[in-house]
Design a protein around this ligand. Structure first.
Ligand code: 7RM
Length: 646
């Protein structure tokens, strides 16, 4: 058991919700009432909300089609357009001059983009994409820094019914190539580079490298100029974004998309094989993005400035930097750079400069900023903040308390939101003005969401007993599948409980108050600084190096990052210290710097059972420097333990 989980087991403090009669959900009673509506008529309630919250081109008649479960379909005979719901709708309502995006570049340059301007840009980009041959249903890969053009690109795809797949800018050329090929993308939208830690981080060269082999589906690369770094432009293939948009009209019809039209593919790591392309469709995804903005963040578009610090390369950036706030007609803040540049006060300075009211970040960032010292937040005026959120990993009670006291001044409710790429939006979270909070608990499932903690047979666990977290009923923003691999979708999420429950892959316990405490992944997925990585992916990257015969990767508890990466490696050659650095660089090249092992240990063998299985639990204990808890009678070769411990 990790120290973080141990401290959560001893956590008994409860904090009452803040008072706010004007909140979307102002009390526990209002929460219960809403939940009860779903208990009494789940489909009817979803149907009413979908009518109330989205603009439809063709109204739907059928709410849920479960005939081909677990391939669920929501509002399937309705038609709508995501970009129309995020833009035209608000401009038509007279809100064209409201700021849609406040953007701050790392060097300090600021842009404010109104709904009217954003709509015009999205239309120009959509027309440019059409001109380049992008058609309804085509895939477009977006590989960009955190600049407004990334949001424009996403919305432009949505406007013409192209499916976007955003690839995180820190992923390597190799990782980009795999995703482009799996998605069969026609176009890549990228930038010359973007700012990180005071330097320009080039992106276009990675695209060039990815396109050296394979990627035969790619016709064009659109290049936004941001970093100002020199890039090669391949004639005929590569096109300047600004030039392409400049010649386009600022109007473009929003195509009518069936509710189940794929809006996006986002690759995420699993316990086996290569990353899975998680598919989200249109209406259900946007409905939940909008509802959770209101329920979980109590977002009021006329007065709030919402800042989600996640990069758009992750689902959090999709749902809560772009689609959620825009679907509500509010203001979203985007920041290009790292939290500690030029100093650890950067995030707090941005909150103060732009009067951020709702701030949403990962526990890793909070822990890193705690270490930097209280003088940084104290130097800035944080009085505009009213709701704080966390996401991505369990938050240890100590970090929660610091967030509560030093950032929220014991005034701002904290929403610890549990969800996944697959769930599209929040699943378990407090409501800021309704739910009493306990540090380290994501509290209760949201109205409309049905979660349980069960044993391996699907039997509900007694309160306080650890088990597996499942979602027992379908919900509109659920993933619709894995791109091109229906069998893997069924196998990964539904087979464990015979199609009855969605298996999240997390361990959890539910206390006597019905509060959920998430205990982390139960599969071979690591959560490093809130980033999800598969141990298998890192192992494959290691064994693709000529010196490596075999590798096993495990997570090790880390005070800041939650988990760090520890790799056990069997070499084909003599070990030396340069080789460790070389292997780290190799993994960075294969996947990206976020997957670099923090610790590499060489051994003559890996500990295996007599049937040849790597003993991962044992390796986790060794990596953590813990006493070995496992029965080792089945271990083939006892000497390897001593080697690995050193
Ligand atoms: C949104 C996101 C999903 C995994 C998930 C968990 C972990 C996320 C929390 C959390 C404890 C939380 N998508 N996780 N949120 N654990 N408390 N509030 O992170 O697909 O990248 O990762 O992240 O293990 O399964 S993700």
């Amino acid at each position: 058991m990790t120290d973080a989980i141990q401290s959560m087991l001893n956590e008994h403090r409860t904090f009452p919700p803040a008072d706010n009669a004007a909140a979307h959900i102002p009390s526990m009673q209002a929460y219960r009432d809403l939940r009860q509506r779903f208990d009494e008529d789940m489909e009817g309630t979803w149907g009413q909300l979908a009518k109330e919250h989205l603009i439809w081109k063709t109204p739907f008649l059928r709410v849920l089609n479960a005939e081909k479960a677990p391939f669920f379909r929501w509002f399937e005979d309705g038609e709508m357009n995501i970009s129309e719901n995020c833009l035209d709708r608000h401009v038509d309502a007279g809100l064209g001059e409201r700021t849609a995006i406040i953007w701050e570049g790392e060097p300090g340059d600021v842009r404010r983009i109104s709904y009217r301007e954003l709509l015009a840009d999205v239309c120009r980009a959509a027309n440019a994409l059409k001109k380049l041959g992008v058609e309804y249903g085509d895939r477009v890969v977006i590989y960009m820094p955190m600049i407004p053009e990334a949001a424009v690109a996403m919305l432009a795809c949505a406007r013409i019914g192209a499916t976007h797949s955003v690839v995180f800018g820190a992923f390597s050329a190799q990782a980009l190539r795999e995703r482009v090929e799996d998605a069969g993308a026609k176009i890549i939208i990228t930038a010359d580079g973007g700012w990180r830690r005071g330097e320009v981080h080039a992106l276009k060269p990675s695209v060039d490298e990815a396109l050296l082999q394979g990627c035969s589906s790619i016709r064009h690369v659109l290049v936004v100029r941001r970093g100002g770094n020199d890039v090669e432009m391949q004639a005929g293939r590569d096109i300047e974004w600004h030039e392409a948009l400049a010649v386009q009209q600022d109007q473009c019809e929003a195509v009518s998309c069936p509710s189940e039209h794929p809006l996006l593919i986002l690759y995420t790591s699993g316990s086996t094989g290569k990353p899975k392309g998680i598919v989200h469709t249109s209406a259900g995804y946007l409905l939940w993005a909008r509802l959770t903005m209101q329920w979980v963040f109590d977002f009021h578009p006329e007065s709030d400035v919402f800042w989600c610090t996640a990069d758009i390369g992750w689902i959090t950036g999709h749902t809560y930097s772009v689609y959620g706030p825009l679907a509500c007609g509010g203001t979203t803040l985007m920041y290009e750079g790292v939290p500690t540049h030029p100093d650890p006060g950067r995030l707090w300075k941005i909150c103060s400069d732009h009067s951020v009211t709702i701030f949403y970040t990962a526990p890793t960032a909070i822990r890193a900023l705690i270490r930097a010292g209280d003088e940084w937040p104290k130097a800035h005026d944080l009085s505009s903040l009213r709701v704080l959120g966390t996401v991505g990993e369990p938050i240890n009670p100590e970090a929660w308390m610091w967030y509560h006291k030093v950032i929220g001044k014991e005034r701002c409710p904290i929403v610890d939101t549990w969800w996944q790429t697959e769930t599209g939006g929040h699943m378990i979270s407090p409501l800021p003005f309704a739910t009493p909070t306990k540090p380290g608990s994501a509290t209760k499932p949201l109205p409309g969401i049905f979660t349980e903690v069960v044993d391996g047979d699907g039997k509900t666990m007694m309160p306080d007993q650890g088990g597996l977290l499942v979602i027992t009923k379908p919900w509109p923003s659920m993933l619709r599948g894995i791109w091109g691999d229906d069998a893997r979708y069924v196998e990964t999420y539904w087979k464990k409980f015979d199609g009855r429950y969605y298996f999240a892959g997390d361990g959890a316990r539910c206390d006597t108050d019905g509060y959920f405490w998430i205990m982390g992944r139960v599969d071979d997925v690591l959560n490093v600084a809130g980033h999800r990585l598969g141990t298998m992916e890192i192992e494959s990257a290691l064994v693709s190096h000529k010196a490596v015969a075999e590798a096993a990767v495990v997570g090790r508890p880390d005070e800041i990052k939650g988990e760090s990466i520890c790799a056990f490696v069997v070499l084909k050659q003599e070990a030396n210290n340069d080789l460790k650095a070389e292997l780290k660089a190799h993994v960075a090249k294969e996947i990206g710097p976020i997957a670099k092992p923090d610790d590499i240990r060489f051994a003559d063998n890996l500990p295996k059972t007599r049937s040849g299985k790597i003993m991962r639990r044992l390796l986790r204990d060794i990596a953590a420097g813990r006493d070995i808890q496992q029965d080792m009678s089945t271990l083939e070769d006892h000497r390897v333990i001593e080697q690995l411990q050193s």
